[in-house]
Design a protein around this ligand. Structure first.
Ligand code: GDP
Length: 445
């Protein structure tokens, strides 16, 4: 997700940064490229227009153009505008502020990932918020739907409402709430039936269930891969039944990102959560500022730290992130990072979160970053002296030869590593200048 957009936008800003002084015409030309990149990423036209106008308005003034590093100042403006388009700073948490049992209504088209997401949210609330959750399927349309939810509930080790054949969705909703009240549940997740397209019968059913349960959240599940259709679906659902939040699934696919960037402006509903895989733990909070960082190729340090915290040594993750932010990241830190990453599983997912990694990928051609390359990097770094690891700039020809021989690699490999590390460091420095202190606070406190 976002790879193509990210590649093009970082290209535009690299161009600006290299130039030093900027004229109004340079900014306008850059914005023309930004506009095309966003349209190619399937962002809705009115959103693109608004975005570009906003950035132009802020960027062409003397304050920006005559600043010390105008390229960076423009990038910062774009960063802020991206955050706005994605819904503003900070994640919007699920609202569970009601007298328990709190009903959460799940709506969406068939195949959007609604049932899977219901299971994911149940697991999330159980593990992260220690809630007692009841899952109930109101899908009487698809014969296997209720069984599917029961299966998911078993996987998540969360109770599900017993299946009583012949009951209507409204009856099931009432029974779910009653059961939850009697048995002391905190949250009831009501998974409604999906349809192939939006129709009045579907909306009517949702309205009836809403009327008898009065949900604290009506979450719309949409598939990011459907692009503008996801946005249109959200608009229609919001107008018909009122949506309090969107869950965007299949963020792990190669969607171009337009849906995420258009959602808030077109529908008014914030994206609250995202799904990034079929497994029940593949659910994330949606942090606009982190996503903006990833789009601009600045990485998602806070997200990386969080992910690391789940799997790995939390203190080490924090220490590395702090050094990155301070622009003091050295080859020892890089080695430590590789060791941590290898423990985390999906390499390419993690790579997207590292500042400058899209550049590193580019430099390597289309080749996927795989563990063998990282292992090679580790071997090279461990053949360096301590001084070389702290101050890579001293590594000249004769040292390179020695390091290559010691690590069973070639001087070319050593050069590649140093070049990539140099790019990472540059990105990190740029990142730390871009005012991510707020992000730090949020991610690391
Ligand atoms: P529903 O008809 O909306 O209830 O959709 P399901 O929950 O049955 O999901 C349809 C398919 O999408 C299933 O195979 C899920 O495993 C898959 N799926 C759901 N969420 C995600 C996601 O975030 N990423 C990926 N890759 N697959 C997902």
């Amino acid at each position: 997700m976002f790879e193509a957009l990210s590649g093009r936008l970082s290209g535009v800003f690299d161009g600006l940064a290299k130039r030093g002084a900027l004229s109004e015409a340079d900014v306008i030309e850059a914005m023309r490229e930004v506009r095309l990149a966003m349209l190619d990423a399937d962002v809705a036209l009115p959103v693109v227009r608004d975005f570009v106008n906003k950035v132009k308005e802020r960027a062409v003034g003397a304050e920006v153009l005559e600043s010390i590093s105008p390229g960076q100042a423009v990038a910062k403006i774009v960063n802020d505008a991206l955050i706005d388009a994605l819904g503003g700073a900070g994640a919007v948490p699920l609202n569970l502020n009601a007298v328990p049992p709190v009903p959460v209504l799940m709506v969406g088209l068939q195949g959007s990932g609604k049932t899977t997401t219901s299971g994911k949210i149940a697991l999330w609330l159980k593990n992260r918020e220690r809630k007692k959750v009841l899952l109930a399927s109101l899908d009487t349309q698809r014969p296997a739907a209720q069984l599917q939810l029961e299966q998911l509930a078993k996987q998540a080790a969360v109770p599900s409402l017993s299946i009583v054949p012949g009951q209507s969705p409204v009856d099931i909703a009432r029974r779910a709430m009653e059961t939850a009240r009697l048995e002391g549940f905190d949250v009831v997740i009501l998974d409604t039936a999906g349809r192939l397209s939006i129709d009045e019968v579907l909306m009517d059913e949702v309205r009836q269930v809403r009327a008898v349960t009065n949900p604290a959240e009506t979450l719309l599940v949409v598939d990011a891969m459907t692009g503008q259709d996801a946005v249109n679906t959200a608009k229609a659902f919001n107008e018909a039944v009122g949506v309090t939040g969107v869950v965007m699934t299949r963020m792990d696919g190669d969607a171009r990102g337009g849906a995420a960037l258009s959602m808030k402006a077109i529908t008014g509903a914030p994206i609250k959560l995202t799904g990034s895989g079929e497994k029940l733990d593949a659910l994330e909070e949606f942090h606009p500022e982190r996503v903006a960082g990833r789009i601009l190729g600045l990485g998602d340090i806070a997200g990386l730290v969080e992910k690391a915290a789940d799997t790995l040594d939390h203190e080490e993750g924090e220490r590395l992130a702090k050094k990155m932010m301070a622009g003091k990241f050295d080859l020892d830190d890089y080695a430590s990072q590789i060791r941590q990453i290898s423990k985390m599983g999906s390499i390419s997912g993690i790579m997207g979160m590292l500042p400058g990694m899209n550049k590193v990928k580019e430099a390597m051609g289309d080749k996927e970053l795989d563990t063998s390359i990282l292992n090679k990097h580790l071997a090279i770094i461990s053949s360096m002296t301590r001084k070389e690891r702290k101050t890579p700039a001293i590594i000249k020809a004769s040292r390179k030869k020695r390091i290559a021989a010691g690590s069973g690699t070639t001087v070319q490999d050593v050069n590649k590593l140093l070049k990539q590390f140099g790019m990472m460091s540059d990105m990190m420095k740029r990142f730390s200048k871009l005012g991510v202190k707020g992000l730090m606070r949020q991610g690391l406190s």
